[in-house]
Design a protein around this ligand. Structure first.
Ligand code: ADP
Length: 183
């Protein structure tokens, strides 16, 4: 099994759900920038205060802030990892490449979770997180198309991308994912 993975896909594709299950099963560090940012907001740290309004609008938090969070986690961890929600634009992808080079590590596979927009919107509306209302969801999808989707071609060009049909039940997707990741 690959040990250094990146999950890519629109909000609502199920990255967090699948990442959590896989990381637990394989003993990988699950690094979700969304979860880490929400924890900072909840704890009311200066970082969280800076991130809160941006997240509520569905925009991206600054690259520097997110990178600082990822850097500190990866520097303290020598085992396998699964990045979920990062990188989200090309600048973050380049910063990640530099960080990994300095740690003598590399991404082994990028999994793109693919789901139709109509399904995404249904899932997000059903989830009911504070940034899951119709207006903010629409903005997050625009931000995804404009800023994050270009990463698909980037990682495809590097020969790292695998596409995963992320429609269906959690177990079905998990089974498909597991078969993608066998060496
Ligand atoms: P989703 O994938 O459903 O949009 P996340 O939990 O991954 O949910 O992200 C929630 C919010 O956190 C994003 O809309 C954004 O404001 C912020 N965020 C998460 N990861 C990043 C990142 N890598 N760069 C900038 N902002 C981020």
């Amino acid at each position: 099994m690959k040990q250094r993975l990146l999950f890519l896909g629109p909000p609502g594709a199920g990255k967090g759900t699948q990442a959590q299950r896989l990381a637990l099963r394989e003993g990988l560090l699950h690094l979700s920038t969304g979860d880490l940012l929400r924890a900072e907001v909840h704890a009311g740290t200066p970082l969280g205060q800076e991130a809160q309004a941006v997240m509520a609008r569905g925009e991206l938090v600054s690259d520097a802030l997110v990178l600082a969070i990822v850097r500190s986690r990866l520097e303290q961890h020598s085992g396998g990892w699964l990045l979920d929600g990062f990188p989200r634009n090309l600048a973050q992808a380049e910063a990640l490449d530099q960080l990994l080079a300095s740690l003598n590590q590399r991404i082994e596979k990028v999994v793109l979770l693919e789901v139709d927009d109509a399904v995404l919107i249904q899932r997000l509306l059903g989830r009911g997180r504070s940034d899951d209302n119709a207006v903010v969801i629409a903005n997050r999808l625009v931000v995804y198309r404009d800023q994050t989707a270009p990463l698909i071609a980037h990682y495809e060009g590097l020969g790292l991308l695998s596409r995963l049909d992320a429609a269906g039940s959690i177990e079905e997707i998990d089974t498909r994912l597991a078969s993608l990741l066998v060496d």
